[in-house]
Structures are given as C-alpha cells and as structure tokens.
Ligand binder design. Sequence first.
Ligand SMILES: C[S@@+](CC[C@H](N)C(=O)[O-])C[C@H]1O[C@@H](n2cnc3c(N)ncnc32)[C@H](O)[C@@H]1O
Length: 236
Amino acid sequence: MWRASVLTIFPDMFPGPLGASLAGKALAAGAWSLEVADIRGFAADKHRSVDDTPAGGGAGMVMKADVLARAIDATAGNARPRLLLSPRGVPLTQARVEALAGGAGVVLVCGRFEGIDERVIAARALEEVSIGDYVLSGGELAAMVLIDACVRLLPGVMGAAASGAEESFADGLLEYPQYTRPQLWEGRPIPEILLSGDHGKIAAWRRAEAERLTRERRPDLWGAFIRRFRGGSQTA
Ligand SMILES: C[S@@+](CC[C@H](N)C(=O)[O-])C[C@H]1O[C@@H](n2cnc3c(N)ncnc32)[C@H](O)[C@@H]1O
C-alpha cells in the first residue's frame, strides 16, 4: 500500500481535503494510508518548543534541528523519499509525481515560521520540493497538494485509466478544451467536430488544440515538447 507520512506541528489539518472526493474514497478503501506525526510530541522541554530565534538575528523563528530530527527518526520510511516542502526546492512536476506515485510512498516534512534549521536538511538527507514560486505560511497545504497529485495516479483510484493518460502534462502538453451538454449555451456551440462521431478526426482536433494551447500559454513546455518529441525539427 502507498504510504504517506506527514510531519507537522498542525496534525489537525489532516486529512482535511484529502479526506474528501477521490483521495478520501481511496483512503477509506485502503488504496493508500496516511500517518500524521505531531512534531511537538518530540520536543524536549515542558513548553514543547519546536522553534527558536534565528542565529545571526533577524525576524521570525526557525524550527529546531534536534526536535525535527527526532520526529524524522521516529517515522519509519527508509524505503520512501523524505521530502521537505520548501519554496527553495525543486519545482514539483507531473513527471516527479508519477515517479513518487510509482514508489512505496513519501515522508513529508512541513516547515513553518521562517523555515527549518539547515543542518537537519543535510543530516537527514531531506530533498527540498516546491509547489510553486510563491510563499505559503506552512508546508501542510503543499504536502496535501503533493499527496493529492500522487494518490489520484494510484491503481484503481481514477475511474477511467484514460483520464490520466490524456490530461495536462501527461505527454508534455496542456489538455485540449472540454465540453458537455447543452450543445448550444449562451449562443456558444460545442465545436462541430466533437459531435461528428469520427474518432480519428476528434483525436486529431484534440491534439491540434492541445498543441495550440501549449504554444500560446506555456512556451517553456512547448519548447521542451518540440525538443523531446520532434527532435527539434519544428520551431514554435
Ligand atoms: C513562511 S514559509 C518559509 C519561507 C522561507 N523563509 C523562505 O523565504 O524561503 C514556511 C514554510 O512553508 C512551506 N512553504 C512555503 N512556500 C512553499 C512552497 N512554494 N512550496 C512548498 N512549501 C512551501 C515550507 O515548508 C516553509 O518552510
């Protein structure tokens, strides 16, 4: 079973949204497991302190290396990658999500305050992962994002296997536009071709639309797509 272990000072935030919908059903069905450890439980003093002032001065607080290391050591997870959610980390991609979903699970460390003591990152070989170029107030929402993205790829979690294979990023492109009934809404029709019943033409239209959207919206992805799938023979 795919296992997610989360280390946080706000254990009550979990499962939160992960308890609803697709992820929640899969959790209840035993397709994955969630274990949440309260970092505060590993504090050594009577105030259960998990943070202290930054060495060298400055604003805010820093999570203590010793407390965090004890929490990490108590979480069995040698076969699983240990990730620290961090805006300094390598940006999370669908390719990484697929690799993580294909493994045994993840151990996720959620930072708070100004972040965590640098020494514990090195000493416990934490890999820093970011969910985007913006700063959250804590790693918990980022951990939920990562878990949700992985869980929906686990065998049997998504209804139709094809819905994962065709969606955004699966082959380096954004997804084509989707429509459903009514056929005409506020004067806007569903593109004729989607009603034609010609699966070959529909597939070609969807592919062309996926390429157009990627080219227009994400020149970074489009450039990578051209290099990877077309051997650089076409230009954007
Ligand atoms: C207020 S942030 C600390 C930001 C840090 N002082 C900096 O400038 O890089 C507190 C915690 O939120 C989490 N966090 C914030 N933004 C994130 C992001 N984009 N991706 C992943 N985790 C994030 C991290 O765990 C971080 O330790």
